[in-house]
Design a protein around this ligand. Structure first.
Ligand SMILES: [Zn+2]
Ligand SMILES: [Zn+2]
Length: 369
């Protein structure tokens, strides 16, 4: 989950910070919070937050949108009319593929992960379902096949960095030689120069495509679970591999069933007479309504358990939770004259002291009524 913190606050910079200041802050924080070096359990989330803030603030267009509209300005990036698609999604790998990484220079940068919010019904979550989803994504340009080079033209090794994607500069200082390694400005770290950019994608290797996918939602999935579809995220520029698509599942509520993990809960109201005399109840289950016998003398709060009528375990095939029916004895709040007479007669029969005609029995006995 992306946090709602102010992105500038996340990086600890002023709103008017320069690109260089933002980059410096990011590098410092990334080194401090990278989960490989920081054992703090919170490091991963913190690192992700830092990374996300940097991805947005280092992109002039996104930064401008954020400055003007806040997070709402970023929400619609993935394509108009596409609910819940965050556009940049959860970017887990960007640090490794991004400008700050040293190990991947000269190799194509991977595309970011994306997130799709999928809404399903209560029953679909229990039974499992196949859902077709459709969304707009940056996919490989089919004119240049992702290379970014116009068909027939070629790309050549970058003369500036000899294909390494990074350049070294050596400075003499008082303390000795200082070697500074930075991304090659000529090829932007790709290691190759495109002679004639593809006209369709302007040399980026990517174009927006409309994609349809069938997502297989397993039985037992619950609110907030994510399904990862690798290679279905955005592709990287100029032939970079695709990120993952994370399908975040949202489950609708049921009118009369509540769910806790693999257990289903139903609360049924019965009357005093039904509790005392017994009755038959119709209870909802995932597989349709079921008749349930309520024994005479059933107490309020009685639990009746329908074994195996709950939710399938996600990881244990064949195993299923139970349906718990809690019986609530509803006490009438309004009585007809006849109902009152019958209840008063019942009370007389059992020798109970009750209020009559809405007045207190004790007051009546004391002659105050
Ligand atoms: Zn192209
Ligand atoms: Zn270069």
């Amino acid at each position: 989950m992306a946090s709602d913190r102010d992105l500038y606050a996340v990086l600890g910079v002023e709103r008017g910070a320069t690109d260089a200041e933002i980059k410096r802050a990011f590098r410092r924080l990334a080194q401090q919070w990278h989960p490989d070096v920081n054992q703090d359990p919170a490091a991963q989330a913190r690192f992700k937050e830092i990374n996300e803030a940097y991805q947005i603030l280092s992109d002039p267009q996104r930064r401008q949108q954020y400055d003007r509209f806040g997070r709402a300005g970023l929400g619609g990036e993935g394509g108009a009319g596409f609910e819940g698609f965050s556009g940049f999604g959860d970017i887990f790998d960007a640090f490794f593929g991004g400008a700050a990484a040293g190990s991947r220079r000269g190799r194509p940068q991977a595309g970011p992960d994306l997130r799709y919010d999928l809404r399903i019904s209560f029953e679909e979550a229990v039974r499992g379902v196949e859902k077709e989803i459709e969304f707009t994504v940056l996919g490989r340009c089919d004119v240049c096949n992702g290379s970014g080079a116009a068909p027939g033209s070629d790309s050549s090794t970058c003369p500036e960095c000899s294909g390494r994607g990074e350049v070294q500069s050596v400075r003499q200082t008082m303390l000795g030689q200082m070697v500074n390694v930075s991304t090659c400005p000529r090829c932007r770290g790709d290691g190759r120069i495109i002679e004639k950019p593809c006209e369709r994608c302007k040399g980026d290797g990517r174009t927006e495509v409309r994609r349809k996918l069938v997502v297989s939602v397993p039985p037992g999935i619950d609110e907030g679970h994510q399904i990862r579809l690798s290679n279905e995220g955005e592709v990287g520029p100029r032939g970079g591999p695709a990120g993952s698509l994370y399908v975040a599942v949202h489950v609708a509520e049921h009118a009369t069933l509540r769910r806790e993990g693999t257990e289903l809960i139903h609360e049924a109201d019965i009357s005093i007479a039904q509790a005392a005399l017994g009755t038959r109840l119709t209870v909802p289950t995932i597989d349709g309504n079921e008749e349930l016998e309520i024994k005479p003398g059933t107490q309020p709060g009685t639990e009746i358990r329908l074994r195996g009528k709950g939710v399938p375990h996600l990881r244990r095939a064949g195993a299923r939770g139970d349906l718990h029916v809690f019986v609530n004895v509803a006490v009438p709040t309004k009585l007809s004259k006849r109902q009152r007479e019958l209840l008063e007669e019942l009370a007389r029969e059992t020798g109970e002291n009750v209020s009559t005609n809405g007045r207190g029995g004790i007051r009546e006995k004391l002659g105050l009524g």
